[in-house]
Ligand binder design. Sequence first.
Ligand SMILES: *[C@@H]1O[C@H](CO)[C@@H](O)[C@H](O)[C@H]1NC(C)=O
Ligand SMILES: *[C@@H]1O[C@H](CO)[C@@H](O)[C@H](O)[C@H]1NC(C)=O
Ligand SMILES: *[C@@H]1O[C@H](CO)[C@@H](O)[C@H](O)[C@H]1NC(C)=O
Ligand SMILES: *[C@@H]1O[C@H](CO)[C@@H](O)[C@H](O)[C@H]1NC(C)=O
Ligand SMILES: *[C@@H]1O[C@H](CO)[C@@H](O)[C@H](O)[C@H]1NC(C)=O
Ligand SMILES: *[C@@H]1O[C@H](CO)[C@@H](O)[C@H](O)[C@H]1NC(C)=O
Ligand SMILES: *[C@@H]1O[C@H](CO)[C@@H](O)[C@H](O)[C@H]1NC(C)=O
Ligand SMILES: *[C@@H]1O[C@H](CO)[C@@H](O)[C@H](O)[C@H]1NC(C)=O
Ligand SMILES: *[C@@H]1O[C@H](CO)[C@@H](O)[C@H](O)[C@H]1NC(C)=O
Ligand SMILES: CC(=O)N[C@H]1CO[C@H](CO)[C@@H](O)[C@@H]1O
Length: 742
Amino acid sequence: MCGRSKCSLSRLEVVLIIFLTLMTAVTLVLLVLHFLPREEASAEDSSRPTSTQNPSTDGSGNYLIGVGRADCTGPVAEIPLMGYANPDQVGGGLLTRLYSRAFIVAEPDNSKRVVFVSADIGMVSQRLRLEVLKELKSKYGELYQQDNVILSGTHTHSGPAGYFQYTLFWLTSKGLIKPSLQAIVKGIVKSIDIAHQNMKKGRLFINRGTVENSQINRSPYSYLQNPASERSRYSSNTDKEMVILKMVAANGQELGLISWFAIHPVSMNNTNHLVNSDNVGYASYLFEQEKNKGMLPGEGSFVAAFASSNLGDVSPNTKGPFCINTGDSCDNPQSTCPVGGAKMCMAMGPGTDMFDSTRIIGQNIYLKAKEMYATASQEITGPLSSAHQWVNMSDVSVELNATHTVKTCKPALGHSFAAGTIDGVGAFNFTQGAVEGDPFWDSIRDQLLGEPSNETQACHEPKPILFSTGEMTWPHPWHPDVVDVQLATIGSLAIVAVPGELTTMSGRRLREAVRSEFESQGTSGMNVVIAGLCNVYTHYIATYEEYQVQRYEAASTIYGPHTLSAYIQLYRGLARAIATNTVQDLPSGPEPPLFNITSLTLVPAVSADKAPTNKTFGDVLQEVRQQYRVGEVAEVTFVSANPRNSAENVTEHNFLTVERYINISGSWHVVHNDASWETRFYWTKGSGGRSNATVEWHIPSATEPGTYRIRYFGHYKTTPLFKPAVFYPFEGTSSAFEIISL
Ligand SMILES: *[C@@H]1O[C@H](CO)[C@@H](O)[C@H](O)[C@H]1NC(C)=O
Ligand SMILES: *[C@@H]1O[C@H](CO)[C@@H](O)[C@H](O)[C@H]1NC(C)=O
Ligand SMILES: *[C@@H]1O[C@H](CO)[C@@H](O)[C@H](O)[C@H]1NC(C)=O
Ligand SMILES: *[C@@H]1O[C@H](CO)[C@@H](O)[C@H](O)[C@H]1NC(C)=O
Ligand SMILES: *[C@@H]1O[C@H](CO)[C@@H](O)[C@H](O)[C@H]1NC(C)=O
Ligand SMILES: *[C@@H]1O[C@H](CO)[C@@H](O)[C@H](O)[C@H]1NC(C)=O
Ligand SMILES: *[C@@H]1O[C@H](CO)[C@@H](O)[C@H](O)[C@H]1NC(C)=O
Ligand SMILES: *[C@@H]1O[C@H](CO)[C@@H](O)[C@H](O)[C@H]1NC(C)=O
Ligand SMILES: *[C@@H]1O[C@H](CO)[C@@H](O)[C@H](O)[C@H]1NC(C)=O
Ligand SMILES: CC(=O)N[C@H]1CO[C@H](CO)[C@@H](O)[C@@H]1O
C-alpha cells in the first residue's frame, strides 16, 4: 500500500479496497436502528397526574397546532437501501412512497413552539439535519432552530441511502448521493411549511396502550445481563407500550396523531429491492386512509406518524430465530447454527412472506393506535419548552457516584458488529457475543485501516475493536464526535430526542431518569417518551451490563461501556434546565462540522435511455389478461426508462395509477397510485439503456367489479451532443380489463 504522503492517486483504490472489504467482508454495517417506546412502567405512570384537567371552557384550543405531510422518496432505483448495509440491496422499484410528517405545536400567544418530524427514512443524519436547519433559517429566520426542531427517522430499512457525511456511512451508501439527500431535505422542509401554514387553535390528548404479538427481543441473552431486581419490575423483555398524542382543532376537526412505539421496521428483509416504509409506514398508511376518506394515499389533511422509540433490540420477526438450513432454533447467546454458523440464523415474521409480515405487524400497530385515539381523553396543557446541546460524545465524564468518575470513548465498532443480527445477518465467520478479536480479521484491519490505539482499546473493554472509527479521519472522520442531545416539553409530555437506537432497558432507564429529574425539580407526573434515530446517527446504546456480553447492539455502542450513563447525565441536565427555567444558560457546545464531500460515487451514472427497435417508451411489452378476480394479481410490463430520471426532473413523481372506468361520465377514475399498498412498481435494467417497468396490482377483496386499466408514467433521458441532458415525460397504458365477482 502507498504511504499517506505518496501516490495520492491510488487513494481512491485504497478507499475502494476498504469499501469492498467493509461491504463484503462485513456485510455488517447493519446500521440497524431501533425504535423505542416505553412501557411497563406504565402502571406507575398512568396513575400519575398526567396533566391538569382544565379544558378551556370556551371550546377554544390550548395550543396552536399545525400538521403537514410531504413526499421524501427520492430515487427508487440503483441506490443502496439504508439499513442492512447489504451491498447487493439496491433499489429496484417502489412498494410504498416515503413521507415526512411534521407537527408544530405553539403556545396560544405564539411565543414558543416545538416541531416534531417523523420521516420514513433509516435515520436522520447530521448532514441532513444541518441542511434542513439551513433551509429553515433562510425561510423563517430564528423561528425554527436546532433547539425546537426534532427530526426523527422511522428506521425503515427500505429507503434510499446516500445522505451521510461521515465516512463509514458514506462508504456503505456508495457515496453522497445528492438526489437522495435533496429529496429528504425538500420533503422535510415542505412538510414543515405545510404544518406552518395550517396552524390553528386546537387541543392535545395523550393515551397509552399495550400492543401484543408484534415484537420479540432479538438479544434476550443481553437483556438477561441486566440485574434481576431491575428486570423483575417489568413483565416483558420488550416495551409493549405505545404512547399516542392526538391532535384536534378547536372546531372539532381531527388533525392528526403521533404514536411512539418500539419496533424495528425490518419486516421487509435484506433481499427486498422495493423502496417502502415497512411496518410502521403501513400503520401510517392505514390510519391516514381511514381518516382521509376517499382520498388517494399521500393526499388529505389528516397526518398520522408512527415514530421510532427504544427499538434497539426489538424485532418484528415474531417467529423468532431459526437456522434456515436445518430448521433448528438458534436462540442462543451467539445466534449461531450447528451447520453454517451465524449466517444461517435468521428470524422471520408472522406472515407467509415479508410483505405479509409487514402487513400483519403494521395492522396490529394501527389497530391499537386507532383504539387509543378513539378513547384518548387525558388532555395535555401547559407551557412549551425545548433544550438542546451539541456534545462531544468522545469526551464526556460521567459521575457514577461520589467516588467514581468514568469516561466515554472515541467511537469504535466491535467484532460482533460484523455479525449483524437475526434480522439481517452479516458475513464471513463473525458471531455475536465476541469478547475476543479474531487474529485473521484483526491483521487485515491493521494492514488496511490501522491498528486501534491502546488507549481506545482499553476504553472500550471488553469490546474487541474491529473498526477504530474514532481514529480514522481519511478522507473525513468515519464517525461523529459531536452529537445532538435534545429534549422538548409540551405541557406534561417530554420528548427525549435520542441520536441512535436505545435497547429496551436503556430506554427504560433513560425515561425514568428524566422523569425523576423533573420530579426532583418539583415537576411531577411528566409523560416521558423516547424518540429514536434523531438528528445524527450513532448506532446503538446498550446498558453497561448488556455491553459486557458484546452482542450486536453492544458491539455497536460506539462511545464505549458508559455511553448510556453519559446520555442519562446529559438528558437529566436538559430536564433540569427546563424544569428550572434556565435553558438559556445551557452551553450550546461545539458546533458539528460540515464536510466538503466529493461528488465521487460508485452508483452508476444514468445513461441515455433507449427503447427496443420499433417500440417507444410506455409501449406495452406484456399485456394484462382480459379478466381477473379479486385476490389475483394484474400485471403489465412497459418499455421503460430509468426511474432516477423522474427523481431528478420532478420532486413528487407518481409512477403509476390503477383506474376504473365510470360508465355514466365515460371517464377513467384513479383508484390507486404508486403509494398504494396494493400496487408494486418493479424496474429491471437491461443492456444498452433499455429497461422494463412491471406494474402489479394485488387486487384487494373490496374491489368492485368493473372495467379497469393500469397506467405508467416516466421520464426518459437523451444526451444530445455537446448539450446538457434533456428529460422527456412519457406514459403508457394497459388494455382495459374486467374485475369479475367471485
Ligand atoms: C426474506 O423474505 C422472503 C419472503 O418474502 C424469504 O423467501 C427469504 O428467505 C427472506 N430472506 C432473508 C434473508 O430473510
Ligand atoms: C472530541 O473529544 C476528543 C477526545 O478528547 C478529541 O480528540 C476531539 O478532537 C474532540 N472533537 C471535537 C470536534 O472537538
Ligand atoms: C461507585 O460506583 C462504582 C462503580 O460502579 C462502585 O464500584 C462503587 O462501589 C460505588 N461506590 C459507592 C459509594 O456507591
Ligand atoms: C474466520 O475465518 C478466517 C479465514 O477463513 C480464519 O482464519 C479464522 O480462524 C476464522 N475465525 C474463527 C473464529 O473461526
Ligand atoms: C500497545 O501497547 C503494547 C505494549 O505496551 C505495545 O507493544 C504496542 O505497540 C502498543 N500499540 C499501539 C497501537 O500503541
Ligand atoms: C470542495 O472541494 C472541491 C474539490 O475538492 C473544491 O473544488 C471546492 O472548492 C471545495 N469547496 C469548498 C466550499 O471548500
Ligand atoms: C420494424 O419495423 C419495420 C417497418 O415496419 C420492419 O421492417 C422491421 O422488421 C421491424 N423490426 C423489428 C425488429 O420488428
Ligand atoms: C355502460 O354503458 C353502456 C352504454 O350506455 C351499456 O351498454 C353498458 O351495459 C354499461 N356497462 C355497465 C357495466 O354498466
Ligand atoms: C423486458 O420484457 C421483454 C418482454 O417481456 C423481455 O423479452 C425482456 O427480456 C425484458 N427486459 C428486461 C431488461 O427485463
Ligand atoms: C419539474 C421539471 O423540472 N420538469 C421538467 C422535466 O423535463 C422536461 C423536459 O426537459 C421539462 O420540460 C420540465 O420542465
